[in-house]
Write a protein that binds this ligand. Structure first.
Ligand SMILES: Nc1ncnc2c1ncn2[C@@H]1O[C@H](COP(=O)(O)OP(=O)(O)OP(=O)(O)O)[C@@H](O)[C@H]1O
Length: 250
């Protein structure tokens, strides 16, 4: 569903992503982890077609991200950590707008169910400018879910959410993956995402230090009690630039 081959991105002289390759199948949830500046957001924005890579190729659902942007937009949702909303539109108007743009049949019915799931029903008439940070994030997630994308990219979605909101989001991602969606979720809160991630991509200085099933990272660091310890082991044992020897799952 997602194929990244030799992705490279320079911002001027800064190498943000360095020859990154990985692929994900339908139903897989990949946790994207790494220190600040590791290249996570750049990678997600490249997959979403929001920036032009310096080199490499990217496909989503068999479509080329660069040359077939309309096919990508129909199938992919990207929610950044500070989602851009229309400040003067209400919660309900946002969902009407997305439902119209993506021609979602009976979008109001689905919108109601999403607002209920994310505890936003009583904010239906509230303008986006009057929402809290967590509510803005929840609204952006509802907008993303409304058109049932087959690829969902979430950049640091947990930071603004309260504990029930985090549980709702993670459960909803598991349900969507079980129905065939592919998810990439970047987060620094490893303990919170480890149970839902089938796969992990650990980045350091733009490179992949590990990509594979979450259990494999645990096994390869069997002295680590938690995924967080395994992450620190992975990002401190290796000299910068050395690839973690790990088979890429088919
Ligand atoms: N628009 C930009 N212009 C110049 N350099 C940039 C730009 N965006 C990112 N960078 C640089 O690219 C590198 C990767 O940044 P990126 O935002 O992808 O990292 P990240 O892993 O998402 O970080 P964080 O965890 O802090 O969000 C960093 O060195 C950053 O300074």
């Amino acid at each position: 569903m997602i194929t990244v081959e030799n992705l490279e991105k320079y911002y001027g002289d800064t190498l943000a992503v360095d020859r990154l390759s990985f692929s994900l199948a339908p139903g897989q949830i990949c946790g994207l982890v790494g220190k600040n500046g590791a290249g996570k957001t750049t990678t997600m924005r490249a997959i979403a077609g929001l920036l032009t890579p310096t080199d490499g190729s990217l496909t989503v659902a068999g479509f080329d991200v660069l040359s077939q942007p309309i096919e990508i937009r129909r199938r992919l949702a990207y929610v950044p950590d500070d989602p851009p909303l229309f400040n003067d539109l209400s919660v309900g108007q946002h969902l009407d707008f997305i439902g119209g743009v993506y021609q979602v049949p009976d979008h109001r019915q689905q919108a109601e169910a999403l607002l209920e799931e994310f505890e936003l029903l009583d904010k239906r008439a509230t303008a986006a400018r009057a929402l809290s940070r967590g509510m803005r994030q929840k609204l952006a997630i509802c907008c993303a879910y409304l058109y049932s994308p087959s690829v969902i990219l979430l950049d640091e979605p947990l930071t603004g959410l309260d504990p029930p909101g985090i549980r709702t989001l993670l459960q909803s991602l598991q349900r969507r993956a079980a129905a065939g969606a592919t998810v990439i979720l970047s987060s620094h809160l490893l303990a919170m995402i480890e149970d839902v991630c089938s796969h992990l991509l650990v980045m350091q200085a733009g490179k992949s230090q590990f990509f594979g099933p979450t259990d494999l990272l645990r096994k390869q660091n069997d002295q680590s009690q938690t995924l967080e310890e395994a992450f620190f082991a992975t990002t401190t044992w290796l000299p910068t630039g050395e690839e973690f020897p790990c088979p890429v799952p088919q």
